[in-house]
Design a protein around this ligand. Structure first.
Ligand code: DOR
Ligand code: ZN
Length: 430
């Protein structure tokens, strides 16, 4: 039998361990895993000696801004950046113009991705005051999950009123769909933001007082209560505070189906980095204290946090500069998350197995992504090949997105995705 692709002599990695084996691919799928050293007939051979082969890395949280905000990013540039970062699948957010709250708009975006995306793409559908009746149709149209903004962020999207939201939780439970939350409390954020502005605060680190960790924890507590009442599955996006990690840990122990993600900027940066980065580091929720960072790491290592996503939130250089209260919140990151986390592996703070759990298996499990998150027969031929020793320095100008303002300019990395396979097609990345 002749295969389309034979990947030989690589070391396959899962959350449970690693082993040397070959992979054969046919029709965009993994056809088999076989012992290395055998002779195979294939149209194409990818030599993977000295490489780790990870199940295609997934970013469960990106903003590719398409349609409506394409001066910052679009589906082509965002997914090109993801591809160069070694990712094979991303899930995009609904805060575009118009917002993704109807099945028709969702179908349009899925079609755009089919035509223009360089990696696989899924989409979250926004829940608003109006679309309770459309949730089933949104599922049928292909939504990966639902999103609720409990606190407003970029795009000023309001949470549905509590009564409607309770019904939406019930409906999501019936549909077996998970709801993800931008978890912040508006009243708390508005009050303390105003207070900081009245005080004349101009320093970026004052964002921590303006949007305190308790604001996040309060709103996560509310989502947990609603989930307990309705049996809905929930997910907390971009966890930033230590007290939220504790809340989620307790809710999991109490049997709530709650999952969570955090991002490289919350894991690798803290208050001291505002001085150096200024408004570039502005994000909602904000990067916080060293102590929060420590608790995020504990949560990430003990399974309280299920995945690392980037919240890739590109803005132009102009939008990311100037007055801290007016600069836009969000940093780009889709192209550098794998490199950053591989560097943590190289430095011994994280195992490669745990990285696979957080960047591939986790998102595939949380969002029920069929055929993803595992190197196995019948799974999609989406793979990330890593050279664990290849070093580099992150330069925003080298990245492949449209605006590329990251918080990691100049950072030295060890370990890099050097090739990937997307739907059976090979890409050399360096
Ligand atoms: O900092 C952020 N930027 N947080 C969000 O929730 C949204 C994002 C964006 O869309 O720019
Ligand atoms: Zn986001």
């Amino acid at each position: 039998m002749k295969y389309d692709l034979w990947i030989r002599n690589g070391t396959l990695v899962s959350s449970r361990g690693r082993r040397k084996a070959d992979i054969v691919v046919r029709d965009g799928k993994i056809d088999g895993i076989i012992d290395s050293g055998r002779s195979i007939e294939a149209d194409q051979i990818l030599e993977a000696e000295g490489r780790f082969i990870l199940p295609g890395l997934i970013d469960g949280h990106v903003h590719f801004r398409d349609p409506g905000l394409t001066h910052k990013e679009d589906i082509y540039t965002g997914s090109r950046s993801a591809l160069y970062g070694g990712l094979t699948y991303v899930i995009d957010m609904p805060n575009v113009h118009p917002v993704t709250s109807t099945a028709e708009r969702l179908r349009e975006r899925i079609e755009m991705a089919r035509e223009r995306a360089c990696v696989g793409m899924g989409f979250f559908a926004l829940l608003t005051e109006e679309n309770l009746g459309e949730m089933e149709e949104l599922k049928r149209a292909g939504a990966v999950g639902f999103k609720i903004y409990l606190g407003t962020s970029v795009g000023e999207i309001a949470a549905p009123p509590d009564g409607v939201m309770l019904e939406q939780f019930r409906r999501a439970a019936e549909l077996n769909m998970r709801i993800g939350f931008h978890a912040e409390n508006n009243a708390i954020n508005d009050y303390f933001t105003e207070r900081e502005m009245e005080r004349g605060s101009t320093s970026s680190e004052d964002l921590i007082q303006a949007r305190p960790g308790f604001s996040e924890a309060e709103s996560v507590g509310k989502a947990i209560l609603f989930a307990g009442e309705t049996g809905a599955k929930i997910h907390i996006y971009h966890v930033s505070s230590g007290r939220t990690v504790e809340l989620i840990r307790r809710a999991k122990a109490a049997g709530v189906d709650i999952t969570a993600e955090t991002c490289p900027h919350y894991l690798l940066l803290d208050r001291v980095d505002y001085g150096r980065l200024g408004p570039v580091l502005k994000a909602f929720p904000p990067v916080r204290e060293r102590e929060d960072r420590k608790k995020l790491w504990e949560g990430m290592l003990d399974g309280t946090i299920d995945m690392i996503a980037t919240d890739h939130a590109p803005h132009t250089k102009e939008e990311k500069s100037g007055d801290i209260w007016r600069a836009m919140a969000g940093v780009a990151g889709v192209e550098i998350s794998a490199r950053l986390m591989l560097t943590e592996v190289a430095e011994g703070r994280l195992s490669l197995e745990r990285l696979v759990a957080l960047m591939s298996e986790g998102p595939a499990r949380v969002w029920d992504l069929e055929g993803r998150g595992k190197i196995g027969e019948g799974y999609g031929a989406d793979l990330t090949l890593v050279d664990p020793e290849r070093t580099g320095v992150i330069r925003n100008d080298d990245l492949h997105g449209k605006t590329n303002v990251t918080a990691f300019e100049g950072v030295r990395t060890v370990g890099m995705p050097v090739a990937s396979v997307v739907k059976g097609k090979v890409f050399e990345l360096v």
